[in-house]
Design a protein around this ligand. Structure first.
Ligand code: HAS
Length: 544
């Protein structure tokens, strides 16, 4: 890998690790406050800290890491030209500018609107302008990825695109189509409203546009982890990809079904007709299918590889997996966490059960299993080979051991914290609230113990973050010079050949657009034209 490429990819990834440290510290403060034993100094507001935590980890860390990873995969599989690299730098600096603007407004206490930032909470205009810049930068990065694939295809007419390049293209398409919703909300609603040009804002529309983006956002986080699970982990364990076409199909299904499902975040929202909620819940159950396909494919890869290595009997293959290799172990724990994490998602999506868990800290427990464990442990697993590869260094046995300790600390901390969140949520404990005794209600006593447990779990997790940042610094600057593999697996010999119609991008985009229009046109027209019965005020005045 050239020095210039390495510098570009490492810049994106480094921002992600800086974000991990800052966002993690905010998380620590939150669990302390919620334990009731600690108050924030210097008059810092709980919601300011919560906004930094959500924005920095949910939006900044993820987006930068993913774009850095996307570029690394594209560079490796289809190549990058000098011009493309220059544009990728432009994207980076636009994103950094936007991030600094947004972060400054939050730190000045002018944007305590949480990472979901929908109305009626209102932030300083610079917060929204900064967000718009981050989105624009990320689009430019996506356009570069598409042009990388286009150049490759021109030179390889009739050939199927490399699996990882195909996957990156799907994820950037998903991101582009989804973030159009939030871009419209920011440009048409929030910027004029926060500048005082528009006196009112349609609250329900802003929430609907946010969730149109907010749900596919979680798959934008998940799919890079799936890229590693499908195409990289098999190589690390000494195996092969179970089926190239199954992997492609699951990604195409994510493109179809991850967007027209935002209403499952708004099931308790008055003002959206239940027919449309029903339709989007059905589509939500469709988006579970590609994850079940992924689980099936991974089990197949693990079992086939373990048996090939001499594993006998029903479970002998299990012992043959490389448990002492952190590049495998960390993502594997992420996969395990996704079994309860995914089951929790299915509970959330089931309309009646959603009424029990919505706005409770159960939901926070759910996304700490999914994004903060499944996705994060996979990103850590990727970092253990990608960073030394980019920096021309080696993952030493000592760093590998430290990585294993990190993964175990993360697992223990998250099991305690997320477990306590799930149980407290079922007992009615609210999410997004600072410590309160709620007027001494009886139920509140049941919550306190779990909030203490969250503080303990959160502290353990923070130790895990410090250790991860330490490993990152070691891998980037101090590990011994050498060559670390970029592990990409090949397909099983007896797999069915991938049909050429997988490259029919027009068809995939067409079906995605039709599904979105079918799920959203009528309810959005309804929201815009006449505030439906029970909806949040149509015209929320400034300063209310
Ligand atoms: Fe979710 C809320 C439904 C997946 C993240 N979710 C959230 C929020 C976040 C989030 C951040 O329907 C909070 C938003 C907010 O601030 O309000 N979620 C789902 C469903 C899925 C799902 C149906 N969520 C995710 C993923 C996330 C994520 C992934 C991040 C990365 N979620 C919801 C709903 C809400 C929600 C409602 C709103 C709740 C409310 O009321 O506010 C599905 O995609 C899950 C499908 C997954 C599976 C699991 C497959 C398992 C696999 C692992 C296999 C393991 C192996 C290991 C192979 C069916 C692939 C091998 C093992 C051996 C032993 C060998």
């Amino acid at each position: 890998i050239s020095k210039q490429e390495s510098k570009l990819y490492m810049s994106y990834i480094s921002v992600a690790f800086i974000a991990l440290l800052i966002g993690g510290l905010m998380g620590l403060l939150q669990v302390f406050v919620r334990s009731g034993k600690f108050t924030l100094p210097f008059g810092i507001d709980y919601y300011q800290v919560l906004t930094v935590h959500g924005v920095i980890l949910g939006l900044v860390l993820t987006t930068y890491f993913i774009i850095g990873f996307h570029f690394s995969l594209m560079g490796k599989t289809v190549g990058i030209s000098l011009k493309q690299r220059r544009v990728a730098w432009v994207a980076f600096w636009i994103m950094v500018m936007g991030t600094i603007m947004t972060a400054t407004t939050i730190l000045l206490g002018e944007a305590s609107v949480l990472y979901t930032f929908y109305a009626p909470l209102r932030a300083h205009p610079a917060f929204y302008i900064g967000l718009a810049l981050v989105i624009i930068g990320s689009w430019i990065a996506g356009f570069v990825n598409w042009s990388q694939l286009a150049v490759w295809k021109k030179a390889h007419r009739g050939e199927k695109s490399p699996l990882l390049a195909f996957m990156v293209t799907i994820n950037t398409l998903l991101w582009f189509i989804a973030s159009l919703g939030v871009a419209v909300a920011v440009l048409v609603q929030f910027i004029p409203w926060s500048l005082g040009y528009a006196e009112t804002i349609n609250v329900l529309l802003s929430r609907t546009l946010f969730w149109y983006f907010g749900h596919p956002l979680v798959y934008f986080w998940l799919l890079p982890a799936y890229m590693a699970w499908y195409a990289i982990i098999p190589k690390i364990i000494g195996g092969k990809i179970f089926s190239d076409s199954l992997a492609r199909l699951s990604f195409v299904l994510f493109l179809f079904f991850s967007i027209p499902v935002g209403f499952h975040h708004q099931l308790t929202e008055p003002g959206i007709d239940s027919t449309w909620k029903f339709i989007q819940v059905v589509l939500t159950f469709m988006v579970i299918i590609p994850s079940l396909m992924t689980a099936f494919s991974l089990f197949a890869t693990f079992e086939t590889t373990g048996r090939r290595k001499g594993g006998k009997g029903l479970f002998g293959w299990f012992k043959k997996l490389p448990w002492k290799d952190v590049r495998f172990l960390a993502p594997f724990i992420g996969m395990l966490a996704f079994i309860p994490g995914g089951a929790g998602g299915i509970i959330n999506a089931s309309h009646q059960m959603n009424a029990v868990v919505h706005n409770t800290i159960w939901v926070t427990g759910h996304f700490h299993l999914t994004v903060a464990t499944t996705v994060m442990l996979t990103f850590f697993g990727i970092s253990y080979w990608l960073i030394p590869h980019l920096r021309g260094r080696k993952l030493t046995p000592k760093l590998n051991r430290l990585g294993i300790i990190q993964a175990i600390i993360w697992t223990v901390g998250m099991a305690i914290m997320s477990g306590a969140m799930h149980i407290e949520g079922l007992l009615g404990g609210p999410r997004r609230s600072s410590f309160s005794e709620y007027g001494g209600g009886e139920q509140v006593h049941a919550w306190i113990g779990y909030q203490m447990a969250q503080a303990i779990g959160g502290t353990i997790l923070f130790i895990g973050i410090i250790l991860m940042v330490f490993i990152f610094i070691k891998l980037t600057f101090f590990a011994p010079k050498g060559e670390e593999d970029f592990p990409i697996a090949s397909e099983e010999e007896d797999a069915e050949p991938t049909p050429p119609w997988f490259e029919n991008w027009k068809l995939w985009i067409g079906i995605t657009v039709v599904l979105i229009l079918a799920a959203y046109s009528v309810p959005v027209m309804d929201i815009i034209q006449h505030s439906p019965v029970g909806s949040a005020p149509f015209d929320w005045p400034i300063g209310r």
